[in-house]
Design a protein around this ligand. Structure first.
Ligand code: PCG
Length: 139
């Protein structure tokens, strides 16, 4: 669990993981405009998780509460019966339901054993809000 007061920077301290997460966030259409400080705080609040091949990471239509960065393995994105794409390491997914406050727009399934970095909605939104508030108080 992460909130603005108890982020644990050491959780993803490995430079290779930090680099992968940072790159993934900066490449994502919805996050590439974040400030450097927001990217750093998001990285500090991410926690690692693993799932076995075949597991459902995200189910279309569910309430979403987590944004992910894939570090190892690959996942498949489907909508109904339709296959949309395969996601490889270094990519963000699961951001749409959080950013648009909607239900999950597609299903994401692990094609292999996978390693993910995750941040929950509360941590993510708190970072957005805190930076906004700090900015505001500077004026
Ligand atoms: P979200 O939260 O809707 O959960 C499913 C995720 O699949 C979605 O966020 C995107 O991050 C990811 N995704 C990757 N490719 C696609 C795509 O082509 N369409 C949709 N709807 N989601 C995609």
């Amino acid at each position: 669990k992460c909130n603005m007061f108890d982020c644990v920077p050491s959780l993803c301290a490995h430079p290779r993981s930090r680099e992968l997460i940072q790159k993934a966030l900066l490449e994502n259409d919805f996050m590439k405009h974040l400030e450097a400080s927001q990217i750093l705080t998001i990285m500090d609040c991410m926690y690692p998780t693993t799932l076995a091949q075949g597991c459902c990471v995200i189910q279309e239509g569910d309430d979403g509460s987590t944004v992910y960065v894939l570090e190892e393995g690959s996942v498949e994105v489907t909508k109904g019966e339709q296959k949309l794409c395969t996601i490889e390491p270094g990519k963000v997914f699961g951001e749409l339901a959080i950013l648009y406050n909607c239900t999950r727009t597609a299903t994401v399934t692990a094609l292999t054993d996978i390693k993910l970095w995750a941040i929950d909605r509360q941590g993510f939104q708190t970072i957005m809000m805190r930076t906004g508030l700090l900015k505001h108080s500077n004026y």
